[in-house]
Unconditional design. Sequence first.
Length: 659
Amino acid sequence: MASQPLRVGVDVGGTFTDLVATGADGTFEIRKVLSTPDDPATAVFGAVDRLSRSQRIASLILGTTIATNALLERRGARVILVTTAGFEDLLWLRRQDRASLYDLSRDHPPPLPQRADVIGVAERMGPQGVVASLAGDEIERVVDTIRERRPESIAVALLFAHLHADHEQALAEALRGAFPGVPVVASHDVLPVFREYERFSTTTAEAYLRPLVSGHLRAAAEQARARGITEFRVLTSGGGSLSVDAASRSAAALALSGPAGGVVGARLVGAAVGYRDLLTLDMGGTSADASLVQQGEARREGAAVVGGIPLALPSVLIETVSAGGGSVAWVDAAGTLKVGPRSAGARPGPACFGRGGTEPTVTDACLALGWLDQAWSLADGVRLDPGAAERALQSLAQRLGMDVGGVVAGVVEVATAVMARALKRVSVARGVDPRRLALIPFGGAGPLFGCALADLLGMRTVIVPPHPGVLSALGVAAAPERAELVASLPGPAVPDRHLLHAQYADLEQQAERMLPGGAIQRYADARFAGQGYEITVPLTNGELDGLEADFRAAHRSRFGHEGAGGAMEIVSVRVVIERAVPRSEPTRRSGMGRPTPGRRRVTIRGATVDAQVWPLGELPARLRIAGPAILAGPDATALIEPGWRGVVDDSGAVIVERA
């Protein structure tokens, strides 16, 4: 008899593409393949095709790096930006802040459009409405001017369009009629909120990304349909999924798609072991992503910066640093050892992958320390080659004038310090004491660094998931269907309740059309009068009565004060609609006996010791493991350092604490 239909989550990383398939009957299947950067769908469906043939896939959810890589590598469409005359230089002026406060030689990355591709329009809206009308012949002039540029995509972002969209709508309609095969993106559709710079930047990014992203997604959807997969969805930066059609129209919302899945997965692991306040670290092949979970909910931000481009869209809080397993170790002009930002990626990969790489990476250093098993087969049959790793590290040691042992320790120490800074930026910099949290390191390499990172941050608890290497894919599979809508209010003064309820009702009607039957939560973007930025506060039970008290408490938690008696004002209203998806916990084998551990010589912080080697994911509940120990799983390896001890939870996770 055929197995139950599967829900499949796929996380496309820079080095590996991970797949997790879960079924209502507790079926749990993992596939891990090398990524194919030139065509990510090749790796995605290569992993899908390796699943058990008897199992039908009901839903496929994708965590993708298409938008991220396009912004980082500047591989998007040629964008023509249409804006209010006199504001053509807004993307270049930014907010007149420096790229680096004390480094005058550094500059911000350039905006996405070319300056010659920005067209000013003779029109003007103000806070109260029309200041200068938009004439029909002006629209014709804009259309004729754009026709000469042969655009691949068009962005329309006018002054005050978040309040009065008439001029934007007229321009967008005319442009869509004149250029039927070209995407036309209007700011009031993408981000109807104040702050022109962020609105212009986000709208331009959407236009820049949409042709590439929609093309990839629709091609992938065709492959899914050819395999009989009826539902194909895409994870957004906010940690929820959209249909392919919706995601194709929300390309900028996918910029942190993959990392968001990891935070969803880490939150589930924390809930399973009874921890609701977490620091998470996803260490993959190319980078490491830090995030924060409080009271069982992922911390979200109203904006992110990817590749130097501000995106004022809801996203899970992510701090990314170049400290992945494939990050290349090198020597700068001053003779200092550095790790990243360049990565060996999937091709050729770290030297120890034996695929032609010759540069030393973090993975090569971990292998040299004995943390990784050279006999273990990685994705696509890749086996680790300690000789190749040693040759790469020896070359680096010669450039530094050091012995190989010192260089290996240095590479690991530098990578650890870089990741610790990211963890501090998502915790200490936001007024959160990491010592009160548990750390969940995951990804292929993250659990090797859990104890060292906890030591640097003064943390006492590290939680190792049973399948840390594919936790992001598990989070992608478990993510709810989610949409978020926002609207700015006409002015910052405290509005009356009738206006607020009308605004919420309008957004809720739109949300209900997007996800019928979903659960709706109201939020308000509030600040003290005179402040430049606001914080987002949920409305308890959807009511306004307790909003001010909740806002003051949130402000005190974030900034340490309550505004010295200042008045609260609401600048925007938001609604989030979510529809939970069917989810089952992976079935653990019953009656697991105590396995016999192996032994391996490893080097930890300069000392060579005998470590027990346990099979991660196959450990019986309540088994106690004292460090030093290696937990080797099919998708990742964890390290329990001396002075730490772990106990296996019923869920299969290992809770590691200081001895």
